[in-house]
Design a protein around this ligand. Structure first.
Ligand SMILES: Nc1nc2c(ncn2[C@@H]2O[C@H](COP(=O)(O)OP(=O)(O)OP(=O)(O)O)[C@@H](O)[C@H]2O)c(=O)[nH]1
Length: 730
């Protein structure tokens, strides 16, 4: 059972299956009716609830496809670009489901959490496995909402390729930029699918331009649309100079024909396509030397003679090298363009062996995922994605290896690789599947169980949820003793609250949602403190002298320095005790009890009486530093959000007027088709509940995206208003 790359341990997802069976059995049954798995459940495999043997073909063939025929891909995009709809079509055409799921009807396969179906959004990534023309595709549908960015990132790091879905009427939107950057970080080759070509205002050229300008990517136009908006009928395959037209009378899009473009019947389209093909060939030749040699040699006189397969192979190499991205288009909702997208996934995105992961891992129980269903399997070959259960000490972001020695060997190998490619420092990180970057939460609120007796159950639920979702932080308010939830946004906290109720059967109460402020000091302050305590017959005596000063790090981690006079004399244990004390003092600033950012602490003297425990040293340091922070001039820092609002022209003025009242700072107003896109900054505190306000202001026609930009100092007036509110003075 070696040679396994594990995607993520997602026990809740598996247990949510039981929840669904109990709570929404009718919905699930409807979904299962559509689920036609190409598997045969042998005696050793646990069976899928609701699936009957006759529905099921050979399991063996799906467990062990050749590695070159495997594609591990993710689908990523801005919220509402159509990932889930595209995924549903993919599952349908591949034969995985028997009818078309619809996000608007709440019966999709991959959005299987109750909250996903109710809200029509993706929250957790769902994995499904299916076959397409002899290829095994493991596909992950990831969330588009910015509150669930971490979920996207934890997927990207194990994927070999990704399909970025765009709304062709909007082009690149805020969240697309975020996930694109994450995919860059994890070096994931991509293809772009311009969806919603049927929508009024859809523009292929506009969307392609925005990919070029905003993502700074080189689009390779492998298709051209035939018609746009209501007139959208199909696509031209630029590589093969063929047109693909979907039968307007077919209600599921299975029926389409592929025909060569001919001078007689399609002179205009043929001319456009030939020009696009020549441009494509030149573009690929610029990026790939092998292809350039071929083109300049044999085919320099006439690109028309260049076989499509040669061009496809070169596009595959360029995609893998991430020097350009293939672009396709279609309309998932209107069932057009999805089959060629599947062809492109198998043709241009890499197999796991091309991605050079070299890790062997060992686990005891393996499950093959089919969204919220799973089958236990005896083994899996390299490059596949599977689930495992029962790992008690792992959390999202961990890399699992079979033994300590294999981990050490892998790390040595990664180091050697890193040294070989000195310029590519990130190489070692890539090989080690470096942990996901966990964003800092910006919101918090208290959470209470229905009774004190239920506190342990709540603690357990939060512990499990945190292992799955490290962007959720839980802490204890030292003053009130209440449990505090810290999350990425209003929706994030709402969903956690809902999951505690549904999955753990606990009705909890949330306090008001509050912004996570930070504090900073403005000048240097020196302080000294002595702690003298006798516990039992043991005397603990310590005196510390330290200095706190402002630095610009934009980090909550304090910079710790040692004056030359003490540096040599400190034992390792005393050093650690000092650092623990500093860290603990910085967690709670003197103004609001918020963490302190941008601070450096220098130790000037530490006199320790023999027998004093390290805990007492830390306590003394912490108290001394808190004294210094209290004496310093201070300010509150507030989270500043990047805001992008897309609004039709007629509602622009009220939106701008409203943003001005919210201390918004508008940077730019762009035109996007008939809409205006307002780009700027706004303090998070002013934008709580904004979706409701925006809906009212624009009759529901506007959309917006928010992302943390940085923490900035509040102006003195806003700061004193906030302090009065917090201290109950207003
Ligand atoms: N006109 C048109 N609408 C589409 C198309 N594809 C999806 N939609 C609609 O766009 C909305 C969002 O679709 P989803 O598939 O849920 O989008 P998503 O990207 O998965 O959204 P999240 O999971 O919330 O990130 C739904 O109302 C769909 O019916 C399309 O090709 N054309």
């Amino acid at each position: 059972m070696s040679n396994l790359r594990i995607f993520a341990v997602n026990q809740k997802k598996i247990s949510s299956l039981h929840y669904f069976n109990n709570m929404c059995s009718s919905k699930i049954r409807a979904s299962l009716k559509r689920l036609k798995l190409h598997v045969l459940l042998g005696r050793n495999y646990s069976s899928l609830p609701g699936l009957i043997g006759n529905d099921i073909k050979s399991l063996h063939s799906i467990i062990n496809p050749p590695i070159a025929k495997i594609r591990n891909i993710g689908i990523m995009a801005h919220i509402d670009a159509g990932k889930t709809t595209t995924t549903e079509r993919i599952l349908y055409y591949s034969g995985y489901t028997r009818s078309l799921g619809d996000v608007d009807d709440g019966d999709t396969v991959t959005d299987f959490m109750a909250q996903e179906r109710e809200r029509g959004i993706t929250i957790q990534s769902a994995a499904v496995t299916f076959d397409w023309k002899g290829y095994r595709i493991n596909l992950i549908d990831t969330p588009g909402h910015v509150d669930f960015t971490l979920e996207v990132e934890r997927c990207l790091r194990v994927l070999d390729g990704a399909v970025a879905v765009f709304d062709a009427s909007a082009g690149v939107e805020a969240q697309t930029l975020t996930v694109w950057r994450q995919a860059d970080k994890h070096k994931v080759p991509r293809i772009c699918f311009l969806n919603k070509m049927d929508k009024i205002g859809a523009s292929f050229n506009y969307a392609v331009e925005s990919i070029r300008e905003k993502l700074k990517a080189k689009p390779l136009l492998l298709q051209l649309p035939i018609g746009e908006g209501k007139a959208f009928k199909g696509v031209v395959d630029v590589v093969r100079t063929e047109k693909l037209l979907w039968n307007p009378n077919s209600d599921d899009g299975k029926d389409f024909e592929r025909k060569p473009l001919l001078e007689m019947s399609d002179p205009k389209l043929l001319k456009e396509t030939t020009e696009a093909r020549n441009a494509l060939i030149e573009q690929v030749a610029d990026l790939d030397d092998e292809f350039a040699d071929l083109v300049l040699g044999e085919f320099s006189e006439n690109f028309d003679l260049l076989p499509a397969e040669k061009l496809q192979t070169a596009i595959h190499r360029v995609t893998l090298a991430q020097t350009a991205v293939p672009v396709l288009c279609g309309s998932a909702l209107k069932n057009k363009g999805v089959q060629p997208l599947l062809d492109a996934i198998t043709m241009y995105l890499p197999s796991p062996e091309e991605r050079n992961y070299e890790f062997l891992e060992r686990v005891s129980r393996l499950l093959l995922p089919f969204a919220d269903q799973h089958i236990e399997i005896p083994l899996l070959t390299a490059g596949n994605i599977a689930l495992t259960v029962g790992l008690k000490h792992t959390a999202t972001g961990d890399t699992i290896v079979s033994s300590r020695s294999s981990a050490l060997a892998a790390s040595r190998r990664a180091k050697r690789e890193g040294e070989k490619k000195q310029k590519e420092n990130n190489e070692a990180e890539r090989l080690l599947l470096a942990g996901v970057e966990i964003p800092e939460p910006v919101f918090f609120c208290t959470i209470e169980p229905p009774s004190m007796a239920k506190q342990p159950d709540l603690d357990h639920a939060l512990k499990c949820l945190q292992r799955e979702d490290p962007s959720l932080k839980v802490k204890l308010d030292p003053d009130s003793g209440q449990t505090v939830l810290c999350g990425m946004g209003e929706l994030h906290i709402e969903i956690i609250h809902d999951r505690i109720k549904r999955e753990y059967g606990l009705e909890t109460y949330l306090g008001p949602l509050q912004v996570a402020y930070r504090e900073a000091i403005l000048n240097s302050i020196r302080a000294t403190d002595t702690l003298d305590r006798t516990l039992g017959d043991k005397r603990h005596l310590v005196t510390v002298e330290l200095e706190a000063k402002p630095v610009e790090t934009s980090s909550l981690l304090p910079v710790i320095e040692y004056a030359a006079s003490v540096a040599g004399d400190l034992s390792q244990a005393s050093r650690e005790a000092f650092e623990n004390g500093v860290h603990s003092a910085c967690l709670q600033g003197p103004l609001l009890g918020s963490p302190v950012q941008d601070v450096a602490v220098t130790l000037h003297s530490l006199v320790i009486h023999p027998g004093t425990s390290t805990t007492m040293i830390s306590a003394c340091v912490s108290r001394c530093l808190q004294k210094a922070l209290k004496k310093a001039d201070k300010q509150i820092l507030e989270p500043l959000m990047n805001l992008e609002v897309t609004v039709s022209r007629e509602y622009l003025s009220p939106v701008l007027a409203d943003l001005a009242q919210r201390r918004g700072n508008i940077q730019e107003i762009q035109s996007r088709q008939d809409n205006k896109v307002v780009i700027g900054y706004v303090p998070l505190a002013e934008i709580m509940g904004y979706s409701t306000v925006l809906r009212t202001l624009t009759s529901g026609s506007a959309t917006f995206a928010l992302e943390l930009s940085n923490y900035q100092a509040m102006n003195p007036q806003d700061q004193s208003t906030l302090l009065s509110q917090r201290h109950g003075l207003s």
